[in-house]
Write a protein that binds this ligand. Structure first.
Ligand code: NCD
Length: 309
């Protein structure tokens, strides 16, 4: 893809070469992301952060990325404080925002919402999570993490566990990993299975996946265990969430018994699905994932703004 000026809306936009470009660029950003140096690559550029759904990591890591590369940030956080509550369309918000910012990062509770805003604006728009749909930059940082943890991306077995229906991170990640010949084990309750639309895409690419409810068995075969939070806010009936609460819980004991070499990932926030005693297991990579997020977001911002490190 031509990165300069591009909107980053979906994992579908990325081929293998595009992913490699982002990961290579991210590696060059490490000195800045790891707080050793301040950069000036994005000096003179302004990023608008539009977060209409809760976020800690994603917003702060984008804003950190921009600031540490010499760029500046403006934010609109919380739907209730935006003109969307007055009835403004996303298209119009897009028209407005291009007068202020050089790049937009946006999160919103509705599937497809970020694309709607992107249609109204002529600056690059980055999807930081649209409903249960996608979260492409999370997947790029997940791939960067896997590469750093295991030294490779090709031919791995990845077990994804938890809420595969509403979890946008696994929707984007499975599509991106499909370029690297991954094998998937999807572990979830029957009601929270990976959507048919994603399974179809994997089938078209001849990617092997199987579905199970047995996490312990999947752990034995996987190189990477990607845990997810049950997405409480997406359930219409609170009783449904209660039913799944406490379903899959990863403990240190389980890792040591089933597969001590597992790389354990989680986009965070974790609620109850990984116990705190697991954090000291050597393969527990979820906090390293957060650090990697800054370098990857620096890379994405630089690429869409046409700046090379
Ligand atoms: C994820 C998200 O918002 O989709 N969080 C994140 O961006 N790191 C995962 C989640 O909220 O469960």
């Amino acid at each position: 893809m031509e990165f300069k000026g591009a909107d980053i809306l979906s994992a579908k936009q990325f081929n293998r070469g595009d992913i490699e470009t982002v990961l290579k660029t991210a590696a060059k950003m490490e000195p800045f992301a790891s707080k050793k140096k301040w950069g000036d690559l994005l000096q003179g550029k302004l990023m608008a952060s539009l977060f209409y759904e809760p976020s800690t990591r994603t917003r702060l890591s984008f804003e950190t990325a921009m600031n540490r590369l010499g760029g500046r940030v403006i934010s609109s956080v919380g739907m209730q404080f935006s003109s969307l509550t007055k009835g403004e369309t996303l298209y119009d918000t897009g028209r407005v925002i291009e007068n202020f910012a050089d790049v937009v990062v946006m999160r919103h509770p509705d599937d497809g919402s970020v694309e709607k805003l992107a249609r109204g604006t002529n600056v690059p728009v980055i999807n930081a999570g649209d409903g249960a749909n996608e979260h492409p930059t999370q997947s790029l940082l997940d791939l960067y993490t896997i590469q750093k943890e295991l030294g490779q991306l090709d031919g791995l077995t990845i077990a994804m566990v938890g809420d595969l229906k509403f979890g946008r991170t696994v929707h984007s990640l499975s599509q991106m990993l499909s370029h690297f010949g991954a094998e998937f084990i999807f572990v979830s309750p029957p009601e929270l299975k990976m959507p048919e639309s994603i399974c179809r895409l994997l089938k078209e690419k001849n990617i092997t996946y199987r579905e199970t409810t047995d996490m312990a068995e999947a752990m034995k075969q996987a190189n990477v265990l990607y845990m997810t939070r049950i997405q409480q806010e997406r359930f219409e009936d609170p009783k449904e969430y209660e039913k799944h609460k406490g379903g899959y819980i990863l403990t240190r004991e389980l890792v040591e018994e089933k597969n001590p070499k597992l790389v354990i990932m989680h986009p965070l926030p974790r609620i109850w699905e990984i116990t705190a005693d697991t954090d000291d297991v050597p393969g527990a990579a979820y906090f390293r994932q957060v650090a990697n997020g800054v370098a990857v977001r620096m890379a994405v911002l630089a690429l869409v703004l046409g700046k090379s490190p």
